[in-house]
Design a binder for this molecule. Structure first.
Ligand SMILES: *[C@@H]1O[C@H](CO)[C@@H](O)[C@H](O)[C@H]1NC(C)=O
Ligand SMILES: *[C@@H]1O[C@H](CO)[C@@H](O)[C@H](O)[C@H]1NC(C)=O
Length: 244
């Protein structure tokens, strides 16, 4: 915008001569309107006035600046005018490119975290499974309780609530008979995950606790074996030394 203003001012001062017009009262104004609706759709239009009179317009659909008055071209020769328009075309396309680049850097995307919990029991022998999804941005998100690839129609989706840090929170619940909870999973789809859905299995945490316990036990056994083996070997060595 600053560049456009400067160039137009320069151009018009050239055309009309700066001597007659005190610069601080120079009544030339121009307006640039640029819209960036999404990554595909952008347009830039321009308008210019000298005092109350609109002198030029520049549509996004055109490569040329439209002169609205017979004198809008000032004392420019056609060649000079064409050169000026070329400068503006370069300005327009680099302005558009730079803003798009900037917008890309601003496009924020935060991955959701998900965890499961048990809700208040809805009745004897029944469970409420709760899938919490939090910390995601932007807002659109897909959360369903699943059995294998089968979406569970009983999934109750809560409202999407704001977190304090401008991210979003959502919970999805499912009521099931206690015996049917095994094998259910919560699946989360979000733009930030780029197709790598989050899948959490009900009871998965128990399995992993069991696995950790098993791993710790295995480690302990290995250590024990190492100590026993080492002591045994050391004893044998010292006895050989005794013989020698
Ligand atoms: C942009 O254009 C591509 C292909 O022309 C289309 O698939 C995509 O949906 C468009 N994006 C938006 C945000 O409109
Ligand atoms: C605006 O002009 C640019 C460059 O000529 C073009 O790519 C774009 O599609 C135009 N926008 C609209 C909305 O027509």
């Amino acid at each position: 915008m600053g560049c456009l203003l400067f160039l137009l001012l320069w151009a018009l001062l050239q055309a009309w001569g700066s001597a007659e017009v005190p610069q601080r009262l120079f009544p030339f104004r121009c307006l640039q309107i640029s819209s960036f609706a999404n990554s595909n759709w952008t347009r830039t239009d321009g308008l210019a006035w000298l005092g109350e009179l609109q002198t030029h317009s520049w549509s996004n659909d055109s490569d040329t600046i439209r002169s609205l008055k017979p004198w809008s071209q000032g004392t420019f020769s056609d060649q000079q005018w064409e050169a000026l328009q070329r400068v503006f075309r370069v300005y327009r396309s680099s302005f558009t490119r730079d803003v798009k680049e900037f917008a890309k850097m601003l496009r924020l995307s935060l991955k959701p975290k998900a965890w499961l919990s048990r809700g208040p029991s809805p009745g004897p022998g029944r469970l409420q499974l709760v899938c919490h999804v939090s910390g995601f941005y932007p807002k659109p998100v897909w959360v369903k309780w699943m059995r294998g690839e089968q979406e569970q129609q009983g999934t109750q989706r809560g409202d999407i609530l704001p977190n304090a840090d401008e991210t979003w929170y959502l919970r999805a619940t499912l009521e099931v008979a206690a015996g049917e909870a095994a094998g259910l999973s919560c699946r989360v789809k979000h733009s930030s995950l780029e197709g790598q859905d989050i899948v959490l299995y009900w009871g998965g945490s128990h399995i992993s606790v069991g696995l950790i316990a098993l791993a710790v036990l295995a480690c302990l056994l290995f250590l024990l074996a190492l100590i026993v083996g080492f002591t045994f070997r050391f004893k044998r060595q010292s006895s050989y030394q005794g013989i020698l």
